[in-house]
Design a binder for this molecule. Structure first.
Ligand SMILES: O=C(O)CC1=CCC(=O)O1
Length: 94
């Protein structure tokens, strides 16, 4: 199942710099492991925002929820999920 997910990040301005650096490093590793596994298909920076738009290809809603819930940055994110269906005009479909 394909999903488009936006993640808006709002880190506390008074966050301890070491905690911030550690959280961001863990987020990167977590994301890249899932990209290598094929579930996190792509990640794009939304221009001018501390936000990304990502495409996920996962087994079901529960798997996506599990992935998002365990993001190291989850406590500092506003997340929006859009389930995707094939468009009949997609030339890859015919
Ligand atoms: O968009 C961001 O910076 C947050 C994020 C999600 C995965 C990642 O590596 O960074």
């Amino acid at each position: 199942m394909l999903f488009a997910v936006t993640m808006d990040v709002a880190l506390p301005t008074d966050m301890d710099p070491e905690v911030r650096a550690d959280t961001l490093a863990r987020e990167k590793t977590y994301s890249q492991d899932l990209q290598r596994a094929g579930e996190w298909v792509s990640i794009w920076r939304r221009v001018g925002q501390y936000s990304n738009l990502s495409i996920f290809d996962v087994a079901d809603n529960e798997r996506l929820h599990d992935i998002l819930w365990n993001l190291p940055l989850f406590p500092y994110m506003t997340i929006d999920v859009t389930p995707l269906a094939t468009h009949p005009s997609d030339i890859a479909v015919g």
